[in-house]
Design a protein. Structure first.
Length: 158
């Protein structure tokens, strides 16, 4: 089983590779079209400029940058959450660290959010301090997905 942190890192690596590949493809395309642009008349020039813009849209670089940013935020946040889980042995201390502005602010809490955070804290505590296993990773994965959804529901970009 691929552990959660590894899975999120693979997502980040994939996004970076896709963006790099698209940027290289666009740079080659643009250089080739610009070479043709320098040797063309006004009418052909307008056609080539439109072609450059269409190809850039087709590569969807802006969307790839957004995907990379999202993957980076997700990996960074999860790495910090793992650090908290590894650092604190008690579930209550993990809850405190998670609600100390990292995931949620105390003024942004409700009963449902409390349950989601406590479930994630218990999963982290088990994963790091009881038994590092595929089973504990699966529980942590489920808890983390609930945390992510709760963050999205509260308007956070993740």
């Amino acid at each position: 089983m691929t552990h959660l942190l590894h899975e999120v890192k693979e997502e980040l690596d994939w996004a970076a590779r896709e963006l790099q590949s698209a940027e290289q493809e666009f740079a080659l395309l643009e250089a080739r079209l610009r070479g043709r642009l320098d040797q063309s008349g006004d009418e052909e020039r307008d056609t080539l400029i439109r072609e450059i813009k269409e190809r850039k849209r087709a590569l969807d670089l802006d969307e790839l940058y957004a995907i990379l940013a999202r993957a980076t935020r997700r990996f960074s946040l999860l790495a910090r959450v793992y650090e908290i889980g590894a650092q604190h042995e008690k579930t209550e201390d993990i809850v405190t660290a998670l609600t100390d502005g990292l995931l949620f602010r105390l003024d942004d809490m409700d009963e449902e959010t409390d349950k989601v955070i406590f479930k994630a804290a218990e999963a982290l505590q088990t994963y790091f301090h009881v038994h590092f296993s595929d089973e504990s990773d699966a529980v942590l994965r489920d808890a983390w997905l609930e945390v992510e959804q709760k963050l999205r529901d509260k308007g956070r970009k993740i």
